[in-house]
Design a protein around this ligand. Structure first.
Ligand code: TIU
Length: 222
């Protein structure tokens, strides 16, 4: 049965069995002090505002039986899946692969690479390990969406203008209807969060929709 979600620039009709909740990179490396986010000079506390809304939407999605997908940005220990153009930025002591308080920065298996405890995946939920900013780049995400018959993505996570945006752009070009969930996304830069969302809805929703968690949850519980 189809439901209608209030969204910008216009409402969107969707069917739950064909909809996935995608939570982008809610990792300790971005959200807690001592990881990749802080090594880049960011105020990581700014990302915490997305945690409680994501918890609420995640609980509702699980109750509704939606496909839930978590992603993690990170690389193999030998950095063989990291382009030098990505690694060789910033001070050597704070680059991807450098030692930090939560282990090697953005390296798979290190404490900082893991998802924050507040949003930890349940057994059976999909976790996509991605080497890029977008969740489709060099992953099997598109294959999983195809085999599950998914057509619409509700996209949450961090950061709004980097990995969330890149994933929505990639998904849009692959034919998915991508809906950013505004209060479940966050940025180190308030203006980038706001402008990033406006970029999605401008021009008649040029590459997606924007809604908030309350608009989705009210249709789940209705
Ligand atoms: N630095 C920043 O804003 N973001 C990233 O590097 N990755 C994600 O957005 N996940």
């Amino acid at each position: 049965m189809a439901v209608t979600i209030k969204a910008e620039p216009e409402s969107i009709e969707l069917e739950w069995p064909r909809t996935a909740l995608v939570i982008i990179d809610m990792q300790r490396d971005f959200i807690e002090p001592g990881g990749f986010g802080s090594s880049l000079g960011n105020d990581v506390s700014k990302l915490r505002r997305a945690i409680v809304p994501c918890q609420g939407l995640l609980a509702a999605a699980r109750a509704q039986g939606l496909m839930v997908i978590h992603t993690r940005e990170g690389h193999r220990a030998d950095l063989s899946d990291a382009h030098p153009a990505k690694v060789m930025r910033g001070h050597p002591a704070t680059r991807i692969g450098a030692d930090g308080p939560m282990g090697r920065i953005l390296i798979r298996g290190e404490p900082g690479h893991d998802i924050i405890p507040e949003l930890y995946p349940l057994a059976g939920e999909v976790v996509i390990d991605k080497p890029g900013k977008g969740a489709f780049y060099q992953t099997d995400l598109e294959l999983l969406l195809t085999t599950h018959g998914i057509t619409t993505l509700l996209v949450c996570g961090v950061t709004t203008e980097v990995c969330v945006h890149t994933t929505i752009r990639e998904g849009n070009d692959r034919g998915y209807r991508c809906v950013a969930v505004s209060d479940c996304c966050a940025s180190y830069f308030d203006e980038f969060h706001q402008t990033g969302l406006r970029m999605i809805t401008a021009q008649g929703g040029i590459f997606g929709w924007v809604t908030d968690s309350a608009a989705i949850i009210e249709t789940i519980t209705a």
